[in-house]
Design a protein around this ligand. Structure first.
Ligand SMILES: NC(=O)c1ccc[n+]([C@@H]2O[C@H](COP(=O)([O-])OP(=O)(O)OC[C@H]3O[C@@H](n4cnc5c(N)ncnc54)[C@H](O)[C@@H]3O)[C@@H](O)[C@H]2O)c1
Ligand SMILES: O=C(O)C(=O)C[C@]1(C(=O)O)C=C[C@@H](O)C=C1
Length: 360
């Protein structure tokens, strides 16, 4: 019999998870205080609407906003005395603290956090492949049963995620640096655009788009996330502030004095950025150096990209990642195709043979 999962909170993450689990053969039921959200999730094939007569679920996943997550977890543990209960909130220590403080039997509770999302909220933005190849942090506490951890791990693996197990405190410190401060950095950079004249904003290229994509995220959600991880976020931000101060001092040196030492500071900051960037893992947590980008010119005509992907597949080469560079009004775009190093030469040779323009 298939594992039954109740998803409570059918926004971006709950609905994406419902779609992925349903297509992996899980029996998913959905609930949300918003009738519109839950019906939209159902229509997107995330599962069926929960009813009073449903059998008890094996697993409950809470996909609600962080500030209500602990209460929904506590209610679920009481409502279904045999179900394993997890949540997907982006902060883990404060949720765990509130669950334990409630006095409920929390042995069946395991926190979790898929490191996958979008800058848009709500069921309408859901995607069934959201978790594919992404890290999914499983966060047991000292009283969690092994069976509960096994169940949540199984669920994350079923949607294609790579499981990492760590305690709540370690999780919160890690995501302060890899998720929460990057969100603030994007928001702060984007906020500086508000007063710029149109003639300046109109020059925006890919660099600004890359740095600010997540500045479009939901402020209500992110206020809760930042407040829920305040100490760790503050510590990382202090470090950022020190580096910003160093850069400002160096630039002062260039503007106001002879600039001695300033270029060295600037170069050091940029090189340190190269080193940090090189550490960002690839798909399934593979080492970053595992992939090489091959750039292929794609004509802006119907079916061209599909033909390129077809040619790569026919050459027996596994596409690890794909990024499209495409300027408005241009007749061509550039597909940046990531492959393992051993596939670079065969890919270049085959695509060139088929008439594609391939760049270094
Ligand atoms: N957005 C991301 O990128 C992302 C990524 C990973 C984890 N998360 C976490 O997942 C959770 C959901 O985020 P989202 O982006 O899907 O948000 P969302 O706003 O898209 O969806 C939240 C849903 O929860 C429902 N909800 C509100 N109060 C509720 C309650 N008391 N009980 C049950 N449901 C309730 C809302 O009606 C809405 O449908 C959050 O805890 C967030 O921290 C978000
Ligand atoms: O890719 C995005 O749009 C995200 O914001 C995803 C992201 C992240 O920082 O990586 C954001 C918050 C979540 O808690 C987990 C994932």
């Amino acid at each position: 019999m298939s594992t039954s999962v109740r998803i409570i909170g059918t926004g971006l993450i709950g609905t994406s998870l419902g779609i992925a689990l349903s297509s992996a053969g899980f029996a998913v039921t959905l609930e949300d205080p918003s009738p519109t959200a839950v019906r939209l999730a159902r229509d997107l094939r995330a599962g069926s609407l929960a009813t009073e007569t449903d059998a008890d679920p094996d697993i409950v996943v809470v996909g609600a906003p962080p500030d209500v997550t602990a209460q929904v977890v506590v209610d679920a543990l009481s409502r279904w005395p045999h179900a394993v209960v997890t949540d997907v909130a982006s902060v883990k220590e404060s949720v765990l603290r509130d669950v334990l403080a409630s006095g409920v039997d929390a042995t069946r509770y395991v926190g979790s956090h898929p490191m996958a999302g979008r800058e848009r909220s709500g069921a309408a933005a859901a995607r069934g492949d959201l978790f594919d190849g992404r890290a999914w942090v499983v966060v047991p506490h000292p009283d969690t049963t092994e069976e509960s951890v096994r169940r949540v791990r199984e669920l994350a693996l079923a949607v294609g995620a790579a499981v990492r197990v760590m305690p709540a405190h370690e999780h919160d410190e890690a995501v302060a640096a890899v998720s929460h401060v990057p969100q603030l950095a994007a928001s702060i950079v984007a906020s500086c655009l508000r007063e710029l004249p149109e003639s300046a904003v109109g020059l925006a290229g890919q660099g600004l788009r890359d740095v600010t994509r997540i500045a479009a995220s939901d402020p209500r959600l992110w206020t809760q996330i930042l407040a829920g991880n305040a100490a760790a976020v503050r510590d990382v931000l202090r470090h950022v502030r020190d580096q910003v101060d160093d850069v400002v001092t160096a630039l002062d040196g260039i503007v106001e004095r002879d600039g001695a030492g300033s270029l060295g500071t600037l170069s050091h900051v940029l090189e340190a950025g190269n080193l940090g960037h090189a550490r960002i893992p690839g798909k399934h947590g593979a080492a970053p150096a595992a992939y090489v980008v091959v750039s292929v010119v794609v004509p802006d005509e119907p079916g061209a990209l599909a033909r390129l992907l077809g040619d790569i597949g026919s050459a027996g080469i596994n596409l690890e990642d794909l990024h499209l560079e495409h300027g408005l009004g241009q007749a061509v775009g550039v597909a940046e195709v990531s492959v393992v190093p051993a596939s670079v030469e065969p890919l270049r040779t085959e695509l060139a043979r088929l008439g594609w323009r391939v760049h270094d």
